[in-house]
Write a protein that binds this ligand. Structure first.
Ligand SMILES: Nc1nc2c(c(=O)[nH]1)N[C@H]1C(S)=C(S)[C@@H](COP(=O)(O)OP(=O)(O)OC[C@H]3O[C@@H](n4cnc5c(=O)[nH]c(N)nc54)[C@H](O)[C@@H]3O)O[C@H]1N2
Ligand SMILES: Nc1nc2c(c(=O)[nH]1)N[C@H]1C(S)=C(S)[C@@H](COP(=O)(O)OP(=O)(O)OC[C@H]3O[C@@H](n4cnc5c(=O)[nH]c(N)nc54)[C@H](O)[C@@H]3O)O[C@H]1N2
Ligand code: SF4
Ligand SMILES: [Mo]
Length: 766
């Protein structure tokens, strides 16, 4: 007998609601969940193929220890004892700088981060690397400077926008917001709305655009500077808005005065008429912008993200209804400020964090350096940096050099292969309670506590539990008192979790606050065990400490019968509200709307500078503009050199691939997907036949790959996917794009990889 169960897709940040048909503990069918308040009965092809993610013949079932050149099965007890002792001895000898973590959360699974951050605080190391540093560094740094907060970023208000600009984003394929296909199509078909795409090639999204601007690859900085200069030249900037809500406009304006607009547009390969029309539309319509990897992984990534925000402000659409809004967050990470001398920088490359995360390109050099306190102990989870970080060769060399590398995953990967210990963790459909850091609906704040769909394989544990138990094994957390375990049992029995909460707080206070940072682990070890789920307990802890209620936007009301007194006392009312939200989610596997963004007070709520103004001017940006962004310099910088004859997009999204999570080749059965997309004109120029296997080289390596004639590529710009180069059942399928990339080819300001602009050489195999 089969049964349909509700869950949320784990394959991208959107986390669509899914229903899975389960028989004999196997997922046999997947369909979108119409009752999902997140995605309203929508899911994409990856979501429908989610069973390929779970069903993988390389699933990890038991803890493994590397012995010589192979792995041997060991018990969890042995794993914890050995890892705990070794890790602690190294950290004690070389100091906290020798410790780092990779991952800790993906776009769709974020709970493990709580216990992991606790462990890092205990060690005293801030060095974490994860997708925030991979892609959002420049964008969120810019938000930090302009709005004062790195953790909330602008997205289109697609219900009320008159136009949506996709800048360097192929959302029709890659999504990144709920119902992407429906929304792109809806805008495209509505005569009163516009889709504007800024992308050098005819992507699937560009194909449905009302206006498609095709700048030369890598020339976005010139385009942005010229576009804003045109707006100012015409006097089209929104003067009242700027006067009311910003500081620093006079200085910022000077960046665009006397700028050689025509020279710049000539390098971009665009006509002034076309860009003036874009400027006219942007200054007369309410629009939202979704920027993505064409910007984040492009040349001048941080500058471009910054100028996109300046553009929004100049047009008067930042933080206004129908313009660019900021979705609320249940979970928040601490902001970072590199100007604060207390912010720790990496030892070798001197990198700073953005929103508590360091740029991934720095990692290999922080291990391969010969300083005493180089990274020596690394724990990784929910990531595959041996493929997903730039420069697979250097990354693998670094992983091999570590004194102790502990990797967690649900499958054997190119990263786990380098570990001294591999710890098996559950897949999203086996764990309970997981959530996504991202809450992408607007104005609704939709949250979930993902429910178990199938039973875990072998001895797999939840990531959060492993971090909590390892923190104990490393001696950073003592054996907890029986009273806390009893209180947790009672909380589960009676449903009164607040009493338990106070007991935990009291115990932490009794120890002089020493274990404050370990609160998540303490809750996981006690309440998590009592609930039978570390994820659910973390989810509850996350809600209890969320700032949502302080923003006065919660729609969930506390159960006043449950806590007749507490629910009336302001400081405790927050907790009662958030606890009620947990209860609501616990009984609604499809998720629930727990709060509504305050659309009428966006600036007040989301600008955290004391003066509640947007700070437009920034010294670093001014210096950078002066140093690099002129037509002459850019023309020279964009000229191919060193024997290179094309630019490569090292990675792009197609429907059947999901970063490194879709490893089972079954998902792309009967499709030819491991190819280099090349414009037929280029292919003809080089004399390549469609399907011909050619040699593709960069300064870091060479691979062989079949050419695919495609009008989705643009002249001079070829694209290869980043979904290959995995071992499956011991055999490697294709090569990963990161065999060709350089971890030092990163944005100078915040360290994003330049993966959308990799100079390369294509040639026939002789
Ligand atoms: N199917 C699928 N969907 C996914 C993923 C996946 O692996 N597979 N991954 C998810 C993740 S983690 C992310 S971050 C998102 C990313 O989603 P996207 O950013 O939409 O993904 P890309 O395919 O890299 O598309 C970037 C676009 O930028 C364009 N571009 C390249 N160079 C330039 C340039 O110089 N200037 C401009 N303006 N544009 C340029 C490219 O032509 C391309 O159309 O996708 C998510 N969704
Ligand atoms: N060249 C190039 N490199 C890129 C990109 C590119 O466009 N080009 N894109 C970059 C981007 S935008 C991103 S976000 C990163 C992503 O890169 P990473 O952050 O490293 O994430 P993934 O590659 O998706 O790896 C996720 C890992 O987590 C495991 N995992 C996934 N779900 C679960 C689960 O539910 N349970 C358990 N236990 N394990 C799970 C998977 O098995 C996989 O090994 O890659 C980046 N790398
Ligand atoms: S859009 Fe993302 S979350 Fe939704 S079904 Fe596709 S992969 Fe899953
Ligand atoms: Mo990403």
């Amino acid at each position: 007998m089969s049964e349909w169960k509700k869950t949320w897709c784990n394959l991208c940040a959107v986390t669509c609601g899914l229903e899975m048909e389960v028989e004999d503990n196997k997922i046999i069918n997947v369909r979108p969940d119409p009752s999902s308040p997140r995605s309203f009965g929508y899911c994409c092809r990856k979501g429908r193929s989610a069973k390929y993610f779970v069903e993988n013949r390389d699933r990890l079932e038991y803890p493994l220890k590397k012995v010589g050149d192979h792995f041997e099965r060991i018990s969890w007890e042995q794993a914890y004892k050995e890892i705990g002792e070794k890790a602690r001895a190294i950290v004690d000898k070389y100091g906290p700088r020798s410790f780092a973590t990779l991952g800790g959360g993906t776009y769709s699974l974020s709970t493990p981060g709580a216990a992991m951050l606790g462990m890092m605080a205990a060690v005293g190391s801030p060095f974490n690397f994860n997708p925030i540093g991979v892609e959002f560094g420049g964008c969120w740094w810019s938000h930090g400077r302009i709005f004062g907060d790195q953790g909330h970023y602008t997205e289109p208000d697609d219900r009320n926008n008159e136009a949506v600009v996709y800048w360097g984003s192929n959302s029709y394929v890659s999504h990144q917001f709920p119902n992407a296909k429906r929304i792109c199509r809806g805008f495209s078909q509505d005569p009163n709305k516009m889709v504007i795409v800024i992308d050098p090639r005819v992507s699937e999204t560009a194909r449905m655009a009302d206006m498609h601007i095709r700048p030369r690859n890598g020339s976005d900085a010139l385009l942005l500077r010229a576009l804003i200069a045109i707006i100012i030249e015409k006097g089209w900037e929104h003067k009242d808005y700027i006067a009311a809500h910003t500081t620093g406009w006079a200085q910022t304006r000077s960046w665009f005065i006397n700028f050689d607009i025509d020279g710049a547009l000539d390098v971009c390969g665009l006509s002034r008429k076309q860009v003036e029309e874009l400027a006219r539309v942007l200054t007369t319509k309410k629009w939202g912008m979704h920027q993505d990897l064409g910007i984040y992984f492009g040349r001048h990534a941080t500058l471009n993200s910054y100028l996109c925000l300046i553009l929004m402000i100049v047009c008067g659409v930042a933080l206004v209804k129908g313009g660019c809004v900021m979705p609320e967050r249940v979970l928040e990470l601490p902001n970072s400020d590199e100007r604060d001398p207390k912010t720790m920088r990496t030892t070798v490359t001197n990198w700073f964090p953005v929103l508590s995360t360091y740029p991934e390109g720095a990692f290999p050099d922080e291990v391969l350096g010969d300083n005493e306190d180089r990274f020596r102990v690394v724990f990784s989870t929910l990531t595959n940096p041996a493929r997903s970080y730039p420069d697979s060769q250097r990354m693998e060399e670094a992983l091999d050099k570590l004194d102790l590398f502990v990797a967690m995953d649900c499958v054997m990967t190119e990263t786990t292969r380098h570990a001294d210990y591999i710890l098996p963790t559950m897949s999203a459909y086996e764990a309970n309670g997981d959530v996504s850091l991202f809450s992408l609906n607007y104005p609704e704040v939709v949250f979930v506590s993902r429910k178990r769909v199938v039973n875990p394989v072998g001895e797999a544990k939840e990531d959060s539990m492993v971090f909590a138990e390892l923190t104990q094994a490393m001696g950073y957390l003592p054996e907890l008192p029986k009273s806390l375990y009893d209180a947790a049992e009672e909380a589960v029995r009676t449903g009164d979790r607040l009493k338990y909460y106070f007991k935990v707080v009291a115990w932490i206070m009794k120890t002089g606050g020493k274990y404050m940072d370990q609160a998540a682990s303490i809750i996981i070890l006690t309440l998590g065990k009592a609930m039978g789920s570390a994820g659910r307990a973390t989810n509850w802890a996350v809600l209890m400490t969320s700032t949502l209620n302080k923003r006065a936007i919660m729609t969930v009301k506390p159960d006043t019968k449950k806590h007749p007194i507490l629910s009336k006392i302001p400081v405790f009312k927050d907790m009662c509200v958030m606890d009620a939200a947990f209860e609501l989610l616990d009984t609604h596997p499809e998720g629930a709307i727990i709060a509504m963004a305050d659309e009428d007070h966006m600036m007040e709520k989301h600008i955290t500078h004391k003066d509640k103004k947007m700070h437009m001017w920034c010294q670093e940006i001014e210096d950078y503009l002066n140093k690099y962004i002129s037509p002459e310099q850019e023309r020279e910088a964009l000229t191919l050199k060193d024997g290179n004859n094309m630019i490569l997009s090292s990675g792009y999204r197609f429907e059947g691939g999901m970063d490194n999570a879709m490893r089972n080749p079954g998902v792309n059965q009967y499709r030819k997907v491991y190819t280099l997309l090349m414009h037929p004109d280029d292919a003809a120029k080089f004399g390549f036949a469609d399907g011909e296997i050619i040699k593709l080289s960069t300064n870091r390596g060479s691979i062989e790959i079949p050419v695919e004639y495609s009008r989705r590529a643009s002249r001079g710009y070829c694209l290869m996917p980043h979904h290959f180069g995995y071992y499956y059942q011991g055999k490697m399928c294709g090569k990963h794009a990161n065999f060709l990339t350089d971890n030092r080819d990163i944005d100078e300001m915040t360290g994003n990889s330049r993966w959308r602009y990799t100079p390369c050489r294509v040639e026939a195999i002789t």
